[in-house]
Ligand binder design. Structure first.
Ligand code: GRF
Length: 222
């Protein structure tokens, strides 16, 4: 597949961009029928913009201070994404809540990654909250974005154990490794046209053959 035929992905970021890097790397290694064609940040000095530059991907800073409302700010985002013919939007550490107009404009074409097993622990600082709650497993979730925070239909999740001597940092690092695996995978499933959304559920077409392997498996820890 040539670059011209690939799904055009735009990534929205606010910070360090390790998930962005994982998506870029997967694309460059030929594992994805998708390519990052644009990186947009609401933070001028986000390291993620530097990562984009290094890989020859246009980095764009859209300044929230130049806008008087969330609606006009999101309107500017829609313009830049449309200008670059973005087909799928990936939120990767993007720290703003999107307006309903933005979500509707790109209905079921916006994915987000969250460092917990949704619907448990939406929001911020979730690894610490999981530890305080005493969970034995945590993980990460890629989901389609809807009008609320971390609530949209779940596409893919990965589970990691939580150990007695974990800190917020060690747990976050264990989860992050899996974030870097499941986000490119979710994008590839989308690019292959295999994700079917029915209400809250996302079905992965062509996965029926895995059923025999999956049946009878479960996780008990410790
Ligand atoms: C990740 O943990 C992601 O799940 C959350 O924000 C963090 C972003 O990290 N939404 P990075 O910028 O991708 O390194």
């Amino acid at each position: 597949m040539t670059t011209a035929n690939k799904l055009r992905v735009g990534v929205l970021v606010s910070g360090r961009g390790s998930n962005l890097q994982a998506i870029i790397d997967a694309g460059e290694s030929g594992k994805l029928d998708a390519a990052v064609v644009l990186v947009v940040s609401d933070v001028a000095d986000a390291y993620a913009l530097e990562r984009a530059r290094t890989h020859g991907i246009p980095p764009r800073f859209v300044d929230p201070k130049a806008h008087t409302s969330r609606e006009t700010f999101d309107g500017a985002l829609i313009s830049v994404l449309t200008e670059h013919q973005v087909e799928l939007i990936c939120l990767a550490g993007y720290m703003r809540i999107l307006t309903p107009a933005f979500i509707n404009h790109f209905h079921h074409r916006i994915m987000n990654i969250h460092p917990a097993l949704l619907p448990s622990f939406p929001g911020l600082h979730v690894q610490g909250k999981g530890l305080q709650h005493g969970v034995k497993f945590s993980g990460c979730t890629v989901h389609f974005a809807d009008e609320r925070v971390d609530t949209g239909p779940i596409i893919i999740q990965a589970v990691v154990p939580v150990f007695d001597d974990d800190t917020e940092q060690t747990l976050a690092a264990r989860i992050l490794k899996y974030e870097h695996q499941i986000y490119p995978r979710a994008i590839q499933l989308y690019a292959e046209g295999r994700l079917e959304v029915k209400g809250r559920r996302v079905f992965c077409l062509g996965n029926e053959a895995d059923r025999a392997v999956r049946e009878g498996w479960g996780y008990i820890h410790p």
